[in-house]
Design a protein around this ligand. Structure first.
Ligand SMILES: [Zn+2]
Ligand SMILES: [Zn+2]
Length: 470
């Protein structure tokens, strides 16, 4: 399979514009690669599988076909293929495994139908692109022809100008010759009387020889035509075209053929996806986060400011005793953005610098009941500033490995500070995932392992539902 390349008027490939439908589908499938990490407990995969399906359904309902297909495909790859490689698989409850496999079978049909729709859309976009490409080529040919004609016209004008110049020069010479002849004749006449007939008329279309040795006037046609050695620009040869920018004559440099903007070559995709642009495709085929949207960039996460305020109130008693408090951020996906709608406070045990959740299954039950997905977590630093400790980094890593947009909110009331963090996706996430140490331990500070989450936005008017399970 080959990509169509945009070829500009100099035959240079600019960029891949659109791929053949099969290649685009293949790309989508490679975006759905799933890798099961033996260090992540298997229940987390089953848990995230639920959320994966929730997101896939939302994407499907919103008409985001690529994302829906990618997530359905991920789900099936995970539970029909990859999960059995997990070391805990053999001991995991058989009824849960069966339930997931059954769901996969029912999804096969949905995914196949989506795939067919995507293929048809890609096919239509591709055909449209090819048609546009032909039109653009025709337009370029037309312009090349116009340029050639313009060149020819300018050359003819130049020739005509040069000819006129030569002609005028000839006439000047001609006139001077006549004058000399006249005066010579007059001199002779005065000396020898009227031996000669009157002076000849001054011809303007012939040149009289000025050879002093030859007194007989003689007509020459040589000066009527420009010399063959005149330095005129030669007409361009078709096969040399195009030779712009030219350095030889001013004639050609005056002709500027505007280049067609390459943007014009880009096909407009069908409206079935609700988007007018060709979907951006991550060309790397490395496995992506389980709950990632499949796109190259992170989706925006919207967090209500009220969530932070209410969490601080709920944590106040612990904070006063210098004990950390933690909560889970959950919500929904809408139009490609993630909205934190629920703050869940699980049963927990805290210390001045740590907080451990208990009875996770209660959390999961609440999430299933409300049909919400995990978007991150929040915790207090009663006396310290807002940052992520080494233990925090490892806690957050398991969130972000599943959901690339997951955020860690840290509230530091003593310093009147609240920050929203994320592991750096190009370094911190992998580094922490590889780090096998536990408890508090040092990590190198550079390059940074975490940063403030640029994709997170605190919203003043959004509401939050708080569910305190303590
Ligand atoms: Zn912390
Ligand atoms: Zn570590």
């Amino acid at each position: 399979m080959s990509n169509i390349k945009c070829v500009d008027k100099f035959g240079k490939a600019e960029e891949d514009i659109v791929q053949e439908p099969e290649a685009r589908l293949k790309q989508l499938i490679s975006n759905s690669a799933v890798h099961v990490d033996a260090d992540i407990p298997i229940r987390r995969y089953y848990r995230s599988g639920q959320e994966l399906l929730r997101m896939a359904i939302t994407y499907h309902e919103e008409g985001s076909q690529e994302n829906a297909y990618t997530l359905y495909h991920k789900y099936m790859v995970l539970f029909l293929q990859e999960i059995s490689k997990h070391p805990e698989y053999s001991t995991y409850p058989i009824e849960i495994k069966k339930r997931n496999k059954k769901r996969c079978m029912s999804l096969l049909e949905v995914a196949e139908k989506l795939k067919k729709q995507l293929f048809e859309r890609y096919q239509a976009e591709y055909e449209k692109f090819v048609t546009q490409q032909v039109l653009v080529e025709q337009e370029l040919d037309k312009r090349r022809q116009q340029e050639l004609e313009e060149r020819r016209r300018l050359i003819e004008e130049e020739e005509a100008r040069t000819l006129g110049h030569e002609d005028a020069k000839s006439r000047r010479l001609d006139h001077e010759d006549d004058e000399a002849r006249r005066s010579r004749w007059q001199e002779e006449d005065s000396e020898e009387g009227h031996r000669h007939s009157p002076p000849p008329p001054a011809y303007h279309d012939v040149v009289w020889s000025t050879n002093e040795d030859d007194d007989n006037s003689r007509c020459s046609s040589a000066a009527l035509y420009p010399s063959q050695s005149l330095d005129l620009p030669s007409a361009p040869q078709q096969q040399d075209f195009p030779a712009l920018p030219s350095s030889d004559t001013t004639t050609s440099s005056r002709i500027a053929v505007p280049q067609l903007p390459s943007r014009a070559l880009k096909p407009v995709s069908g409206s079935s996806s609700g988007s007018n642009s060709v979907p951006s495709i991550d060309r790397s085929s490395k496995p992506t986060s389980l709950l990632g949207g499949g796109g190259a960039s992170l989706r925006r996460v919207r967090l209500p400011q009220k969530m932070v305020d209410q969490f601080m109130l709920l944590a106040a008693t612990n904070t006063a005793r210098n004990i950390e408090t933690c909560g889970v951020l959950a919500g929904i996906m809408r139009k490609g953005e993630l909205h934190v709608t629920h703050l869940l406070i699980p049963k927990q045990s805290g210390t001045p610098d740590s907080c451990t959740t208990q009875h996770e299954e209660q959390l999961f039950a609440v999430q299933d009941k409300h049909d919400i997905i995990t978007l991150g977590w929040i915790h207090t630093h009663p006396t310290q500033t807002a940052f992520l400790s080494s233990v925090d980094l490892h806690t957050h890593c398991s969130y972000q490995l599943m959901m690339p947009e997951a955020v860690a909110v840290v509230c530091a009331p003593k310093h009147k500070e609240t920050a929203v963090f994320t592991l750096t996706p190009d370094h911190g996430l992998n580094y922490i995932a590889q780090c096998k140490q536990t408890g508090f331990h040092p990590h190198p500070a550079h390059p940074p392992l975490f940063v403030k989450a640029a994709h997170a936005v605190l919203e003043n008017n959004a509401d939050i539902e708080v569910i305190d399970l303590r």
